[in-house]
Design a protein around this ligand. Structure first.
Ligand code: AMP
Ligand code: MG
Length: 417
């Protein structure tokens, strides 16, 4: 069979731009706060309350008027009668100018009080609190609204609902949250040689590892993965599974996109009406990598034909599928952070492709240095586990000396922009 002309090879940056150019927004749904964890806000959140709602004590101690103990010292302590107690949850109490109220952390500041002296700086005898130093007005008081002011835009559409955001939403009395729907992601493995974990391994066969690794990646991004199984190396089987997958929002295949006789993914995608936007990227690992779009009953679908080699499929997922998935979910931040690091060893490569080298960076003081994880074969999946970054080596450069500055992509760090 004569293979049709491929789309032009493009750079990884161009590929990301093309993918994001096709991205669309999932719909919105309202879910209970606990279910909103790690999803993305579909609306800005403007506070209609002050947090904290009232002035309260930051310490266990005594609330009083600072002027009452002006001039107190170790040598000349000042005693005040303890005229009441305020614990967290109590209604407001009152303090007169020459007395002290025993107060617990979080209790409403008694009216009249302008300072709290921590209990450890005092002593007590016969109903009197004894102070050994003066107090600053305002000390140890958490003011109403010092965290969040009424009317403030606290959170923005597209913010990830991190643990802190969960807490903020609870503080703001938002028990149900508007979030973007999670996209459904179909995962299809391809290859006659693949055996599922737990089944017999025939001679010449290997374990299907990619489907499981990609399943994990999808979960990590917040999508809902659907593993559809292995398409055997035939047009019919590939078509059968791709058709089944078309109910999902994003369809990922792995393998079957090289130039081999049994690489059916590109032609089946085309036969199914998928418009192929690119199919080769100037990168290593991951040169063959298909991206296409289709419309099924007006619903847009994104197709990613990832390479079969285990590292290639993961690196391609990270570079192209992850940003797409995040952008579908309305995320504001979809770029992994990059940093400059000093290379700890010499690396040489051929011209023409951007290399994503598995690396391990460490930070000493203000210096970041990076070493490779060792052999970079695209089947060496263990190195992906050992890596905490990808060293990005530009396409046109061949030699990178030890001590040179390189750019690393922090793959285990949250997106920053
Ligand atoms: P392909 O692009 O289908 O020729 O696959 C390239 C290489 O990746 C071959 O060595 C395949 O055996 C291997 N491979 C393909 N799919 C998987 C998979 N799901 N798990 C592990 N290795 C795979
Ligand atoms: Mg194959």
């Amino acid at each position: 069979m004569i293979k049709k002309d491929k789309t032009p090879m493009i750079s990884p940056d161009e590929a990301v731009a093309l993918v994001l150019g096709q991205s669309f927004l999932m719909g919105i749904e309202t879910v209970p706060l606990l279910e909103a964890a790690f999803r993305f806000l579909a609306t800005d959140i403007i506070s209609d309350v002050d947090i904290p709602p009232f002035d309260n004590s930051a310490m266990d101690g005594f609330a009083l008027v600072a002027s009452a103990i002006r001039g107190a010292s170790k040598e000349n302590p000042v005693s005040l009668p303890i005229t009441g107690e305020a614990k967290a949850g109590d209604m407001e109490t009152k303090v007169s100018s020459q007395s002290a109220i025993r107060i617990m952390t979080g209790a409403m500041l008694p009216s009249g009080a302008d300072t709290v002296v921590p209990v450890e700086d005092t002593s007590e005898s016969d109903g009197m609190a004894i102070f050994y130093g003066s107090a600053k007005p305002g000390a140890n008081i958490r003011r109403a609204g010092e965290d969040i002011r009424r009317g403030m835009k606290v959170l923005r559409r597209g913010d990830r609902i991190t643990p802190a955001v969960m807490g903020i939403l609870a503080s703001l009395n938002i028990p149900r949250v508007e979030v973007f729907k999670k996209p459904d992601i179909a995962i299809i493995a391809t290859g006659d040689e693949l055996a599922e974990p737990g089944t017999e391994l025939l001679p010449g066969h290997i374990r299907n590892s990619n489907a499981y690794a990609l399943y994990g990646e999808v979960l990590k991004c917040g999508g809902t993965p659907h593993y559809l199984g292995i398409a055997r190396d035939s047009r019919e089987d590939t078509e059968r599974l791709l058709q089944e997958a078309s109910r999902c929002d994003i369809i990922i295949t792995t393998g079957g996109v090289s130039m081999g006789e049994y690489d059916f993914v590109p032609e089946v995608l085309t036969a199914l009406g998928v418009h192929i936007i690119f199919e080769t990227v100037k990168m290593k690992p991951g040169k063959p990598c298909i991206f296409g779009v289709s419309h099924v009953h007006d619903a847009k679908k994104l197709f990613f034909g990832l390479p079969g080699n285990p590292v290639s499929s993961l690196v391609s997922f990270m570079q192209f599928v992850r940003p797409a998935l995040l952008s579908l979910m309305g995320a504001r931040k979809i770029r992994k952070p990059e940093a400059h690091a000093t290379l700890r060893e010499k690396i040489t490569k051929k011209k023409g492709r951007t290399h994503f080298v598995r690396g391990f960076f460490s930070i000493e003081g203000e210096k970041i240095s990076v070493a490779t994880t060792g052999p970079q074969g695209s089947g060496i999946l263990r190195s992906m586990h050992e890596a905490n970054c990808l060293i990005i080596l530009p396409a046109e450069k061949e030699v990178f000396e030890a001590g040179e500055d390189v750019v690393i992509q922090l793959i285990n760090h949250e997106e920053i922009e």
